[in-house]
Ligand binder design. Structure first.
Ligand code: HEC
Ligand code: HEC
Length: 170
């Protein structure tokens, strides 16, 4: 018998269990707190795009994002130190409980890159068609409000989802 096998099998099992638990924790966060109720956060971080729900990224990701606002996805979203500190506090307090690091170990900065998002928005799931995120009507997976009509209010409920008709790639 290979003595190393049980250890490796256990590690694999632990990974599978941890991944399942993380998904459950994310789903839990998702239902309990899509809190975007913070006037400073909403005005400073909801001007170029909707104010994203803090619950959809871990505290590690929000800290990393807030530390690099001068190079924010090709934009300069810099804030004065006081405002940045107030917003960071709100984001971290309402962050998802799970660490959102990528496979390389660095914090993921896009909600739309997280395993949870990819699974929830996979091709074929509830009207998501291949290429929809790059379609003329949607343009980017970050454009939540293209489908979640009340995303600006932090409402992602299923009854408020409308996938644009011309979104499908022919
Ligand atoms: C000057 C405009 C601007 C401001 C201000 C701004 N952002 Fe952004 N943000 C962007 C752009 C541009 C993108 C990339 C959008 C895309 O890929 O379609 C982005 C993307 C993001 C994403 C990733 C979305 C995803 O899942 O793909 C997050 C999260 C985010 N911003 C958070 C913030 C936070 C937090 C603040 C406030 C501190 C902020 N943004 C302020 C321009 C801005
Ligand atoms: C192309 C349309 C589209 C875009 C763009 C989109 N979503 Fe979704 N979203 C959906 C669909 C369809 C579902 C699946 C609803 C279901 O489970 O029945 C969904 C599910 C969700 C859910 C779970 C809702 C629930 O009650 O189960 C959340 C939260 C969510 N999306 C957040 C986001 C965020 C945040 C963004 C932007 C970063 C985004 N979505 C961009 C279409 C979209």
């Amino acid at each position: 018998m290979n003595a190393r096998f049980p250890a490796r099998a256990l590690r694999t099992l632990a990974l599978v269990v941890a991944t399942g638990a993380a998904a459950a924790a994310m789903a839990d966060d998702e239902n309990k707190q899509m809190n975007i109720d913070h006037p400073v956060y909403r005005s400073e971080c909801g001007s170029c795009h909707i104010a994203f729900p803090p619950a959809l990224l871990g505290a590690n990701s929000w800290r990393a994002m807030m530390a690099g606002l001068d190079k924010h996805f090709g934009s300069d979203a810099s804030l004065d130190a006081g405002t940045a500190a107030v917003i960071t506090k709100f984001l971290v307090a309402n962050a998802g409980r799970r660490d959102t690091s990528g496979t390389d170990g660095s914090p993921q900065l896009r909600i739309s890159d997280t395993p949870w998002f990819r699974k929830e928005h996979r091709d074929g799931h509830d009207g998501i068609t291949q290429g929809i995120f790059r379609s003329e009507a949607v343009k980017s997976a970050a454009n939540c409000a293209a489908c979640h009509r009340d995303a600006g209010q932090g409402d992602y409920s299923e009854r408020n989802i409308r996938i644009p008709k011309n979104g499908a790639r022919s």
